[in-house]
Every structure is written in structure tokens, then in C-alpha cells.
Write a protein that binds this ligand. Structure first.
Ligand SMILES: Cc1ncc(COP(=O)(O)O)c(C=O)c1O
Length: 417
């Protein structure tokens, strides 16, 4: 139960430039609300457990602290098995899928995908639904290794990947495509393939085409129809704790179909990860240990993935309701069918930079941070209005979102008084 900082009723913006990039606490008496797109907030319950495991009552329950735990120890293996089991149960992943824990984050998989898929067929062709910055990066990477095509090239004619704000209602797959790649939630653009909005193509559309999905920013937030999926992956830095590890959920028969081609770098080789229980090299032990606690927290507090999805929709509705009916803050993605419930970009004062910076300064004074990130995707260079963004991962509660809206409302009231 958060006791939020009482809202300031007076605000005098500083005359000097305030960038709003910092994620520092302004008032340490009160909790910090961090809405960063990732690495993201982790709930207080987890920190209590972490503290116990490192400093106090459980200190020796793993032989030593989780920071010092050997990946070859039975204690780590038990944690790894527990994490896999909890994720399988929570996400209802069928038995014909294997869970791998890789490193190199999401980007590692941008390279691993073409490199492994071409072991099924050396002339393999990937069809990429480039619907934002992350699928764009994956597409660019794939072209280093295989023949691939951007299937949405014409749909977003003349737009750069940071301007995408819609999705096609229908997706058709050319017959020469062996695998279809998509990102189910574009973290930067705020576009999402949603079950009750736009869905990603099902088996009836896919036919024999394999489906590979980047779930980095929506994994553990909504139900997945696994009958459509061949490979899914997600980096850990959003809903799974700290950056460093990456989950790959992959059909066992797809792993079996990979030729023993030893030219795939070992750290990207799905088959090698599968054969060694993700222990060929030293895994990100701390990530997996932390995730064990995070999964317990999700299971205890949110119970089911359906429930997480409902909470996620509720949080997004509260924020969109405000953004849609306000003169100062405007959502970037207008289309309700595909706007993300998780990452919500918005423009302040129709792109007025001074007003945006004043707003960021006000938020900082209210202990709200993470709305502006120094991304590698430059809006200025393209002469575009820079959006701010609020990310509503599982570490952000409904009460937190209500408080964020209260901060935004209060800013409008006192700024224009
Ligand atoms: C959807 C998505 N895919 C991939 C990535 C890249 O992940 P990483 O930075 O772990 O390589 C991100 C990072 O934010 C992301 O949001």
C-alpha cells in the first residue's frame, strides 16, 4: 500500500533547462514512481525478499547469497526448474515447448533467429512485420544473414519506424515466406497486437509458415494462444526483473529440425541451449533467482494471467480516459484497436518543448520519473514532436496510475492558473 507524496499546490518552473532524463528520487520521504520503459519498477515485496536473502533471515538458505551462487550447484538447478515450471503454469505453455535462457537480451535473438532458422533450410526467407522500432531493428539484423522482406513496407509508406501509429487490420503472408516475425508490443511506438483489438495471424492464415514473436514488453501480461506460436522470446528487463537474461520459448520439434551446423555462434545456438539446459556458459544466475521471487509475487497477488490482463486493461483505460479528454496531453496512437495497454506515448502542449520540460520538472518534484528516455531513435533529427511515455508494466499498480493521472491533472490546474 503506497502512501503517495501529497501533491504540490504551487509550482514555479526553474528558468534553466530541465531535461527530465534523471530517475532520481526528489523527496526520499515518499516512494518513487518509476514509469520507465525498462529496466522497470520492481515491487517492494520483492525487495524485502531480496534483502532477507542477502542480509538477514534467509542469508544461508542457498549456501551463500544469491549473488555468489554457483550455476552448477543443485540449489541453482532447483531455482531454474522452479522458474520454468512457474512460467509454464502461469502462461499455460504446452509441453511441446522448451524454455531456454539466453543472454545478449532481445538483440541477441534478433541475430539468433535468422542464424538458427537457416539451419532448417539454407535458403530460408523471413517475412518481417515491421511495425515499429524494435521489429525494424530485428529486420535490419536478419538481412545480414538471410533473405528477408519487410511485409509492411507499403503500409507505412514514407514514414520512419518511430512514426508508426497504426496496424493493418488484415495481414496477408506471401507464399514464399518460411517464417513470419512480429513484435507483439512495440515499446517505443506504443502499438500492440491485442487479442480483442488486432490479433496476430493465427494458424489458419499462417499455414506452414512459422511464427516468431518478440514478446519483450508484453510477456507475463496477457494470455497467449500457443497453438499459433513457434518461437517466442522476451528480454527480462520489463516484467521479469533486471536486464541481462532473455527467455526463448520454442517448439521442441523446431529445435529437432535444426541441422548440426557448428557455424552458429555458441551463445546464439538454440540447440546448444536446449541440450545443456541453458548451462553451456555461465547463465545470468541472479536474474533467474530474482525471477523466482517475481513469479511467486505474480502468482500470489495476481493469481492468473487473465487477471493480469484485466488489471493491465484497467490501468490503460484510466490513463487513456484522461489523455483522450484533455487539452494539454494527447496520446500519440489514436487507434483504439492497436494502441498499447502497456507503453503509452503522449505529446505535451502540442510539442511545446518548454511546457514539456516544465511538466517533467513538476513530475520529478512529485517523485514521478522515467517519462522521458534518451533513446537512440532521435525525434529532433527528424523534425518530429518528441513524445513522453508512461510504461505500465506489472510493477505499476492501478493505484499508481490513478496517482499519475492526479499529478497530470494537478499540473494543468496550477500551471494555467
Ligand atoms: C519489444 C522489444 N524488443 C527488443 C528489445 C531489445 O532488448 P535488449 O535491450 O534487451 O536487447 C526491447 C528493449 O526495450 C524491446 O522493448
Amino acid at each position: 500500500m503506497n502512501i503517495y507524496k501529497p501533491l504540490n499546490s504551487i509550482f514555479k518552473p526553474s528558468v534553466s533547462y530541465f531535461s527530465g532524463y534523471s530517475i532520481m528520487h526528489y523527496d526520499k520521504e515518499f516512494p518513487l514512481l518509476n514509469v520507465s520503459p525498462g529496466p522497470a519498477s520492481i515491487s517492494e515485496n520483492i525487495f524485502k525478499k531480496l534483502y532477507d536473502d542477502i542480509y538477514s533471515k534467509n542469508k544461508y538458505s542457498y549456501g551463500n547469497t544469491p549473488l555468489e551462487m554457483s550455476h552448477r550447484s543443485p540449489e541453482y538447478l532447483e531455482i531454474l526448474n522452479n522458474v520454468n515450471l512457474k512460467i509454464k503454469n502461469f502462461m499455460e505453455i504446452p509441453n511441446q515447448f522448451k524454455i531456454l535462457w539466453t543472454q545478449g537480451g532481445g538483440h541477441g535473438q534478433f541475430s539468433a533467429i535468422p542464424l538458427n532458422m537457416k539451419r532448417i533450410n539454407k535458403n530460408i526467407k523471413g517475412g518481417y512485420l515491421v511495425s515499429g522500432t524494435w521489429s525494424s531493428r530485428a529486420f535490419i539484423e536478419s538481412k545480414k544473414f538471410i533473405n528477408s522482406e519487410n511485409l509492411l513496407q507499403n503500409f507505412y509508406k514514407n514514414l520512419t519506424s518511430i512514426e508508426y501509429d497504426r496496424l493493418p487490420a488484415q495481414i496477408s503472408i506471401p507464399s514464399d515466406i518460411d517464417y513470419l516475425y512480429l513484435c507483439s508490443n512495440e515499446t517505443v511506438n506504443g502499438i500492440e497486437f491485442k487479442k480483442n483489438g488486432i490479433e496476430y495471424p493465427g494458424r489458419n492464415v499462417l499455414g506452414k509458415t512459422k511464427l516468431i514473436v518478440d514478446m519483450s514488453s508484453d510477456f507475463l501480461m496477457k494470455k497467449v494462444d500457443w497453438s499459433n506460436i513457434d518461437v517466442a522470446f522476451a528480454c527480462t528487463s520489463k516484467n521479469m526483473g533486471v536486464a541481462g537474461a532473455n527467455i526463448v520459448i520454442i517448439r521442441e520439434d523446431l529445435i529437432d529440425s535444426l541441422s548440426d551446423n557448428h557455424s552458429t555462434p555458441c551463445t546464439l545456438d538454440w540447440k546448444l541451449y536446449a541440450e545443456t539446459n541453458s548451462l553451456y556458459n555461465t547463465p545470468a544466475v541472479f536474474n533467474i533467482y530474482l525471477l523466482n521471487h517475481i513469479m511467486d509475487d505474480y502468482i500470489n497477488t495476481m493469481k492468473t494471467i487473465e487477471n493480469v490482463n484485466d488489471i493491465s486493461k484497467e490501468k490503460a483505460n484510466i490513463l487513456y480516459e484522461f489523455l483522450d479528454n484533455n487539452q494539454i496531453f494527447k496520446p500519440v496512437v489514436k487507434d483504439k484497436e492497436c494502441r498499447s495497454n502497456i507503453n503509452i506515448p503522449f505529446i505535451v502542449g502540442d510539442g511545446n518543448e518548454k511546457m514539456m520540460e516544465d511538466f517533467l520538472e513538476y513530475c520529478s518534484k512529485e517523485n514521478l520519473v522515467g517519462l522521458r528516455t534518451q533513446t537512440p531513435f532521435s525525434y529532433k533529427k527528424l523534425n518530429l514532436k518528441e513524445p513522453l511515455r508512461i510504461s505500465l508494466y506489472n510493477g505499476i499498480s492501478v493505484a499508481d496510475v490513478k496517482h499519475i493521472v492526479a499529478i497530470m491533472k494537478n499540473f494543468t490546474l496550477i500551471y494555467f492558473k
